[in-house]
Design a protein around this ligand. Structure first.
Ligand code: BGC
Length: 760
């Protein structure tokens, strides 16, 4: 029971009536694999886009639809949501994650989980924890100071575990503060179970277990996918593993298996496709709308430029990739809407262009009243980070050509994460579409012509310039030092007072809203209290629309270093055309807390706080003052941590300063050759080079960099047994003569065994 039965199931034990549990990837459509193929399922907008709803109802609705897909395809646990924080916009998996902000992530992830679970399906919250870059993800050590860990990287996990009691949590591939997450007892047992009271199952990410015995000791109940059990048997015999630990793990798998009602249900794919389309339209972010060019009129003569108008970038790559039920595109939607348009491809799907394509795009743009230019990035994928935020060179050339021919350009950006928009002055409007799911073509058409209004608000900062501390992001496969600590996303930008392209929380609307004066229900509070902020919101538009009231706190008196703004509450307000509504947003005083490392818990400083009621993180908004009763016994460490107290555009704390914050020496980077060594470190001997060449034989050139930063053990699956892997390591450590014959013999035995088991 403690290891999978194949890739997507747990083992069953018929004798005692324990059925197997079927798991499958999400997060925006089921990816059930059957007989070597992926079954089709409706592909919803990426989580990055759904998060722009700033709306728990939206996430609940999407979650329920995904739960329904699971029931229809006999899946018990959806391997989602991923709730890692977007530490850097270049993380290859950002499209799967909600936000750079832990509070927003927690609220939306809880809603998503409640939707999935409403269908009797379990969720698996992942990737626990500190998995914020893809490069070297199975080797890299995320070095995070305790305060940032608790306030930023563990915060959403803590809230989801406590509020949604997910049936499973997936531990991440990476190391965290010196130890693999899968071997990290502090993370998986001390914090998750003992502090947070988690009762569910911990499974490993696929192939994240480096040492099964250590991982059981740390708290991994289920290794996925299927692994070998010989080592466990030996460990039981020699006493290094106790029967109790193994039983505890197996019992959690059993408890999970017994927790489902497996009555099959149907998923109505047509209905879900429509839902995916509507959610895509609603979560689109209107980032710029000069001269109110949008919405366009269906009688305008329009040029549509960009290959994505025909082949949309609607989902990212990797384990979340869905075999979409039916993919829409903008051109077909325009045709259905009876719009008069001419189309030019402009660029190829790989982002390159040619003189011919440029000329065609330019002349089509010149011949029409208005241009819809679809650009973006279709390459975001698990396993690789993005090298740059810039659009592909060919698309930038198209942008130049088109904007020089026509001044009425509406750009729609399809992307997994934020991109550089330094070209924004050249276009009139920008619609941020992210990866909009399979209905994105119709959704974009609806938004462009005002049949739906864009209501999205950015769940991440769109930078003009990346912060200085981000210069080394994902440069090292061995160690990622989170020297910026709590200053992530807008928490950095607001504190450093740097201007950004589009701030966190930002999004325009077609009609506009007016906000009345905001008032606090009380001005003096203490930890545990709740305080209400009320104001009247009026929709000035001609159609129903929705605005988002956001509340950011500023801690004025705390002597620890603090971010200038922190989201502590938000509310989506839906209004009919012309309607006014009194809105009350509740702020939980405990959400003003910081993590006190010495006390080992969250504490709310006594003293004054500002609550800014605004439309986004940069909005001066309306400022209300709150006084919190309590101690302010934090220590002023500005003398030893000057960078953290004076955050500006040059903020880039040195490793030396970070070590003081970290409170101890940074974990050492081991250079010993073992099963966890990345391939690139094995090439010092002739045999090492030979072995690495063999292992890389079938790896496509674009994946070689990440493969070289992957551990030797990752290449062992289906190629060698754990014992062979150990022998290989002994050879790589200089024991060629002593071990080569042993390896040969082990290889023969392994091949025989596989043949007997019917595997090639
Ligand atoms: C990913 C997980 C996913 C698993 C199973 C891993 O590579 O990191 O998010 O659930 O594969 O497909």
């Amino acid at each position: 029971l403690q290891t999978g039965s194949g890739a997507w199931r747990t083992a069953s034990v018929e004798r005692v009536g324990v059925e197997s549990v079927t798991v499958s990837d999400g997060p925006v459509g089921l990816r059930k694999e059957q007989d070597g193929a992926t079954l089709s399922a409706v592909c919803f907008p990426s989580v990055a886009k759904l998060a722009c709803s700033f709306d728990t109802d939206t996430l609940r609705e999407a979650g329920a639809a995904l739960g329904e897909q699971c029931r229809a395809q006999d899946v018990d646990v959806l391997l989602a949501p991923g709730i890692n924080i977007k530490r850097d916009p270049r993380c290859g998996r950002n499209f799967e994650y909600f936000s750079e902000d832990p509070y927003l992530t927690a609220a939306l992830a809880n809603a998503y989980a409640s939707g999935v679970c409403s269908q009797g399906v379990g969720v698996c919250v992942k990737h626990f924890a500190g998995n914020n870059q893809e490069y070297g993800r199975m080797v890299c050590d995320s070095v995070i100071d305790e305060r940032a860990l608790r306030e930023i990287y563990l915060y959403a996990f803590e809230r989801v575990v406590k509020e949604s009691a997910p049936c499973s949590v997936m531990c991440a591939y990476n190391r965290l503060n010196g130890e693999y997450c899968s071997e990290n007892k502090r993370l998986l047992t001390d914090i998750l179970r003992n502090e947070w009271g988690y009762k569910g199952l911990v499974m490993s990410d696929w192939g994240a277990v480096a040492d099964r015995v250590k991982s059981i000791h740390a708290g991994v109940d289920l290794e996925m996918p299927q692994g070998e059990t010989d080592r466990l048997k030996r460990a039981l015999e020699d006493g290094s593993l106790s029967g109790e630990s193994l039983t505890a793990a197996a019992e959690r798998v059993e408890a999970l298996a017994r927790s489902f009602d497996r009555t099959a249900r149907n998923a109505d794919s047509e209905y879900q496709h429509k839902l995916a389309t509507r959610l895509s339209a609603e979560t689109t972010v209107l980032a710029q709308n000069n001269c109110k060019i949008l919405p366009l009129s269906k009688t305008d003569k329009i040029a549509v430029i960009g290959a994505f108008a025909q082949y949309p970038a609607f989902q990212g790559g990797g384990s979340s990739k869905v075999n979409a039920y039916k993919t829409d595109n903008l051109l077909d939607a325009l045709t259905r809407a009876g719009v008069d348009y001419c189309y030019a491809r402009g660029y190829e799907l790989d982002g390159t262009t040619t003189e011919e394509l440029l000329d065609e795009a330019q002349s089509v743009a010149a011949s029409r009243d208005k241009v819809i230019l679809v650009v973006g990035d279709n390459a975001c994928t698990e396993g690789e980070d993005c090298a740059t935020l810039s659009l592909p060179q060919g698309q930038l050339q198209v942008l130049d050509a088109v904007t020089s021919a026509n001044s009425n350009v509406v750009a729609a950006v399809q992307c997994g994460s934020s991109v550089d928009v330094s070209w924004s002055h050249a276009v009139k409007a920008i619609l941020i579409d992210y990866y909009g799911g399979e209905g994105c073509g119709q959704a974009l058409c609806d938004v462009i012509f005002g049949d739906e209004v864009p209501r999205g608000r950015l769940a991440e900062t769109w930078y003009s310039n990346l912060p200085r501390f981000a210069e080394n992001y994902a440069a090292d496969y061995r160690r990622a030092v989170y020297a910026e600590s709590i200053f992530v996303g807008y928490r950095y930008a607001s504190t450093a007072n740097v201007s950004v392209a589009f701030p966190f929380g930002y999004g325009l609307s077609y009609g506009g809203f007016t906000w009345g004066e905001a008032a606090l229900s009380r001005g003096e509070v203490k930890s545990g209290d709740k305080v209400n902020v009320s104001l009247t919101v009026t929709n000035n538009g001609k159609t129903k629309d929705a605005d988002v009231v956001q509340i950011y706190s500023t801690n004025l008196d705390g002597r620890q270093f603090n971010e200038k703004k922190r989201l502590v509450a938000f509310k989506k307000v839906r209004l009919k055309a012309g309607e006014s509504k009194k809105v009350t947003v509740q702020v939980n005083v405990d959400d003003l807390a910081y993590y006190d490392v010495d006390k080992g818990r969250f504490c709310v400083n006594g003293g004054r706080y500002l609550l800014t009621v605004g439309r986004h993180a940069d909005d001066a908004g309306q400022v209300l003052e709150l006084t919190v009763a309590g101690d302010n016994d934090t220590v002023d460490r500005s003398g030893e941590l000057p960078s953290y107290y004076n955050v500006d555009e040059n903020f880039a704390p040195s490793e030396e300063e970070f070590v003081k914050l970290y409170g101890k020496e940074l974990p050492t980077v081991t250079t010993a050759i073992d099963v966890n060594s990345p391939l690139c470190e094995l090439q010092n001997t002739a045999f090492g080079r030979f072995a690495v060449n063999r292992l890389l034989k079938d790896v496509p050139p674009r994946n070689v960099r990440s493969a070289l930063a992957s551990p030797l053990r990752a290449f062992a699956a289906n190629r060698m047994s754990a014992d062979m892997l150990d022998t290989l390591v002994a050879i790589l450590n200089g024991g060629f003569r002593q071990n080569i014959f042993k390896l040969y013999k082990q290889n023969r035995a392994y091949k025989k065994l596989r043949k007997r088991n019917g595997k090639a």
